[in-house]
Design a protein. Structure first.
Length: 71
């Protein structure tokens, strides 16, 4: 009983730390990037800050496509 509770706690902690690291990586990527629209960067920063891990997932799939291409 105690062993399975510790295992579940350990897995939850690993998942939480992983999601936090993912969120930080996406936030840094957003801060370093230039976007096509004038206010897109501010909007994506707000999505990341207010959305937490869910905002990071949304940014990963939607926001990265709105970046300005490097020439």
């Amino acid at each position: 009983m105690v062993g399975s509770a510790l295992f579940i706690w350990f897995v939850a902690m690993i998942f939480s730390v992983g999601m936090f690291v993912f969120w930080v990586i996406e936030l840094i990527d957003c801060l370093k990037s230039e976007f096509k629209g004038q206010n897109d960067k501010i909007i994506w920063i707000l999505v990341l800050l207010l959305g937490g891990p869910l905002g990071a997932i949304i940014y990963r799939f939607v926001g990265r496509g709105q970046k300005r291409a490097c020439a």
